[in-house]
Design a protein around this ligand. Structure first.
Ligand code: PAF
Length: 282
C-alpha cells in the first residue's frame, strides 16, 4: 500500500509514538532494511526524506545530492512504511538556511561529535547540522524508537549521546542501531555509491577489504598499518583508517574492549566511509 505522504508538519501529531527512520532520500537496500526492521517492531513506521543543507560543508555535494522522490516512495511502500514525511526547508528552518547555519554553530554537542578527529575533523560543522536536523525531526515526529544504520557509526554515536543528554526533551526515545547492508562484493551500501563509475567499483571494495584484513590483527597499530596498506593498494586516498573504542571513538591500546575499524577514503571526487566491529581479544 502507498504510504501516507506528509508535507505539512501539523499533521504529524497523529504519528506520535511511531518507529522513525530519518533519511536524506536516494534510498537503497540499506534503507529498505532499516524500514523493514522498524516495521517488525509493530509500530507504524514513518520515514522522513529531507536533504539537510546545514550538515553539508560549502564545498560538499549538497547541490548534486541525488533526489529521487518517486523511486523513494516506492521503496518506502515496498518495505512497509506507513507514512513518509517530506518537509519543505521552511518547515524545518522557518527563519531560513542562513539563520539555521548560524544557530547550528552554537548547539551543544556531545564529546563524540568533537573529540575523535574523524568525521568531525574531515567535515567541520557536519555534526552540528546533523544534531540540529535530527533533534528538530524528533520534536516534530515524536517517535518512540528511531532506527539508524551502523555504517555512519560516528553519527549513530552522536545521536545516541544527544538523546541521552536530553532524556526529557525526547520523551524516552530509544535509538536502535541497524547492521550495515553490503553489496555481494562487500561494498557498504550508500546513496553516494551512485557517484561511482563502474570502473571505480573494484577500487571502492578496498574499504571493506581493509576492514576484513584488520579483523585478523592482534594489535590496533598493526590493524591500522594493514588497513592503510590495503587502501593504498586499491588506489584510494586515505583520510583516516583507524581503530577506536566503539563507544567513545577515542584511541585504544588493545583489543580488550569493543572496538571498530573506521575508514574514510576518496576515489577522485567521491568520498566513501565504512566501519566494522573488530574482534575482542582478551
Ligand atoms: O544519515 C542520514 O541520512 C542523515 O545524516 C540524517 C540522519 C537523515 C540527518 O539528515
Amino acid at each position: 500500500m502507498r504510504p501516507t505522504l506528509i508535507d505539512d508538519a501539523s499533521s504529524l501529531t497523529a504519528w506520535s509514538g511511531c518507529a522513525f527512520v530519518p533519511t536524506m532520500g536516494a534510498l537503497h537496500e540499506g534503507h529498505a532494511s532499516l524500514i523493514r526492521s522498524a516495521a517488525r517492531g509493530g509500530r507504524p513506521v514513518v520515514v522522513s526524506i529531507f536533504v539537510n543543507p546545514t550538515q553539508f560543508g560549502p564545498s560538499e555535494d549538497f547541490a548534486r545530492y541525488p533526489r529521487t522522490l518517486e523511486a523513494d516512495l516506492a521503496t518506502c511502500a515496498a518495505a512497509g512504511a506507513a507514512a513518509v514525511f517530506v518537509p519543505a526547508v521552511e518547515a524545518i528552518y522557518p527563519r531560513g538556511i542562513d539563520a539555521a547555519r548560524e544557530e547550528a554553530v552554537n548547539l551543544p554537542l556531545p564529546a563524540v561529535a568533537t573529540q575523535p578527529r574523524l568525521e568531525d575533523a574531515c567535515r567541520p560543522g557536519h555534526f552540528a547540522g546533523v544534531v540540529q536536523v535530527v533533534s528538530k525531526l524528533f520534536e516534530l515526529v515524536r517517535p518512540a524508537v528511531a532506527h539508524f544504520g551502523e555504517k555512519d557509526w560516528q553519527q549513530l554515536r552522536v545521536i545516541s549521546d544527544m538523546v541521552e543528554m536530553h532524556p526529557t526533551r525526547f520523551d524516552g526515545l530509544r535509538i536502535v542501531p541497524e547492521p550495515t547492508v553490503r553489496e555481494d562484493n562487500g561494498l557498504a551500501m550508500s546513496s553516494r555509491n551512485r557517484y561511482l563509475e563502474p570502473s571505480q567499483i573494484e577500487a571502492a571494495r578496498g574499504l571493506s577489504r581493509a576492514l576484513q584484513v584488520a579483523c585478523a590483527a592482534q594489535h590496533p597499530g598493526t590493524a591500522e598499518a594493514l588497513m592503510h596498506g590495503t587502501l593504498e593498494e586499491h588506489g584510494l586516498e586515505v583520510q583516516y583508517a583507524v581503530v577506536r573504542s566503539a563507544q567513545s571513538l577515542m584511541p585504544v591500546q588493545g583489543f580488550e574492549v569493543p572496538t571498530r575499524g573506521l575508514i574514510a577514503a576518496k576515489l577522485g571526487n567521491v568520498r566513501l566511509i565504512d566501519t566494522m566491529a573488530l574482534p575482542v581479544w582478551r
